[in-house]
Design a protein around this ligand. Structure first.
Ligand code: 13P
Length: 276
């Protein structure tokens, strides 16, 4: 098979109905690493990963906005097959929105994936389901792929609301999206109680919610597009637990926080298949 160049879509992963969803391992750096540290990280990561790794797994890094241009230059100059991602964006194309960054600005920097609706955005910055929906649609309209993040709090989990909360978040985030667009998108299931706590969901529990997410997408758009959606698990993913999570049939990748800040740890997560 011809090797994809950076910037080309992954045909296997985005084909509706394709059972061969190519895994996507994404590093969400949150508010860590300046632009110089971003360059050093990417160089180290690319050295640690082989062509075979990239053949099996799509890899994205999501620096803060200030690191995107430097990351783009190093990825482009060295022709590295690592996808560039952002952590957030505004839903408007331009205008008087002090401090915000638009999807088209990100697309111009070769950003391919944008996380929308991360629980930290929802909880700390007051983002609503409606905001998340507008962002997801704006990212798609700018030709990029949203990583739509959903997940329940510990309180919701303990009161057996996980399924209803997550299904409602997925339904709200994807309202008004076309079934063609849905087939290529990414949903990240991140239980809030597992983020940064070291308390990873059991693979079986995570699989159950990821299956529910696929079923919810299927109900809205049909089974075929739903089978093309990549669903990531996020929340205390580490080199030691990645392969067990990735063995589940509806878990197609990971959205990694803390462990994505260390290039060796992140590379070991990308290479999860070698530790099985
Ligand atoms: P941790 O991997 O640090 O738990 O963070 C998960 C996360 O929020 C990724 O978006």
């Amino acid at each position: 098979m011809r090797k994809r160049r950076r910037g080309e879509p992954d045909e296997r992963a985005s084909q509706p109905g394709s059972c061969a969803r190519k895994p996507l391992i994404s590093g969400n750096w949150k508010m860590h690493k300046n632009h110089l540290e971003a360059i050093a990280f990417i160089q180290k990561l690319s050295y640690a990963l082989s062509a075979d790794d990239h053949e099996h797994v799509d890899v994205s890094v999501h620096p803060p906005f200030t690191g995107l241009r430097s990351a783009q230059v190093v990825l482009d100059t060295d022709k590295l097959p690592i996808l560039l991602g952002a952590q957030n964006c505004h839903f408007e194309a331009d205008g008087a929105f002090t401090g915000e960054v638009s999807p088209s600005m990100l697309a111009k920097l070769d950003v391919r994936l944008v996380v929308v609706g991360h629980s930290e955005r929802r909880q700390l910055f007051g983002e609503t389901d409606d905001d998340v929906n507008r962002k997801a649609r704006a990212v798609l309209a700018a030709g990029m792929t949203p990583i739509v993040a959903v997940g329940e709090t510990l309180e919701q989990r303990n009161s057996h609301q996980t399924e209803s909360v997550v299904a409602a978040q997925v339904a709200a985030a994807l309202a008004g999206v076309s079934s063609q667009q849905v087939a290529g998108l990414v949903v990240a299931y991140e239980p809030i109680w597992a983020i940064g706590t070291g308390k990873v969901s059991s693979p079986g529990d995570a699989q159950q919610v990821c299956r529910l997410i696929r079923d919810q997408v299927g109900e809205m758009f049909g089974q075929e597009p739903a089978e093309g959606v990549r669903i990531q698990y996020g929340g205390s993913v580490k080199p030691v637990n990645a392969s067990a999570l990735m063995a589940e049939p509806d878990i197609d990748g990971a959205l990694v926080g803390g462990a994505s800040l260390n290039a060796d740890d992140f590379a070991r997560i990308v290479r999860y298949r070698l530790s099985e």
